[in-house]
Write a protein that binds this ligand. Structure first.
Ligand SMILES: C[S@@+](CC[C@H](N)C(=O)[O-])C[C@H]1O[C@@H](n2cnc3c(N)ncnc32)[C@H](O)[C@@H]1O
Length: 217
């Protein structure tokens, strides 16, 4: 198990001060996954970030959709940084909290401008805003679900994306081990066309998964 369990932004102010004293002793890549961008708050813990970033680097999706931007320093950052390093690809991310959405956009303009060509920030509710965009999008290569703590909503979001997820597409999700996934999880676990590629669990994660849609035989 990694000694770096959570992430910099999950620490108390006192622990963040202590972290800043020792951070340079750690390898650059480890420090980066733990901290993200110091100026931009984000969720997801160390291992979740490692799996998410690694999956986007490995599979090189061109069209990625996310639910749940928050302030942009967690999943949005690790996906868009991976797309930037891949040299191509666009992430559509949505946030229904207007204040968080505005802060996320400002954070990227101010602190992460190199990622702007790879991210489109959408405001509103996933199931109201994305359907129009999906009608114009032939194929979605990866989806990351991290919206409300609401099992029905998460399942509805999956079903909205499912017709666009072809063989080889990725489905990634956070909170796999709590009630957010109570309806989606049994469905995917019983589905022959989805293969589990990677999973993180407690105490390193509250549940993070990478699923891949099976290639046609
Ligand atoms: C757990 S946080 C996301 C954390 C973020 N992925 C990160 O790594 O930092 C969930 C976010 O989803 C937003 N949200 C919840 N339901 C949503 C919906 N239906 N459409 C868009 N955003 C939603 C919430 O406002 C909240 O900011």
């Amino acid at each position: 198990m990694s000694i770096l369990v959570q992430s910099y932004h999950a620490l108390s102010a006192a622990r963040q001060r202590r972290w800043r004293l020792v951070r340079r002793l750690l390898p650059r890549r480890v420090r980066w996954l733990y901290e993200g961008c110091l100026e931009v708050p984000g969720q997801l813990w160390y291992v979740d970030r490692k799996l998410l970033y690694g999956a986007i680097r490995e599979h090189k999706p061109q069209v990625v959709f996310e639910v749940g931007t928050w302030y942009g320093g967690g999943s949005t950052y690790f996906i868009s940084q991976a797309l930037f390093e891949n040299g191509s690809g666009v992430l559509h991310t949505i946030e229904e909290n207007a204040e968080a959405h505005e802060r996320a956009k400002e954070n990227y303009q101010r602190h992460l401008p190199h990622l702007l060509p790879h991210v489109r920030f959408h405001a509103g509710k996933s199931t109201e805003v994305y359907p129009a965009l999906l009608r114009e999008t032939a194929k979605v290569d990866a989806v990351f679900l991290d919206g409300a703590l609401d099992a029905k909503q998460t399942l509805t979001e999956f079903e909205m994306f499912a017709p666009r997820l072809e063989p080889g597409a990725l489905l990634l999700a956070h909170d796999w081990d709590n009630e957010k996934m109570a309806l989606l999880r049994p469905k995917l676990e019983a589905a022959a066309e989805w293969n589990l590629q990677a999973r993180a669990t407690a105490p390193e994660s509250v549940g993070f998964v990478v699923w891949r849609r099976a290639e046609k035989k």
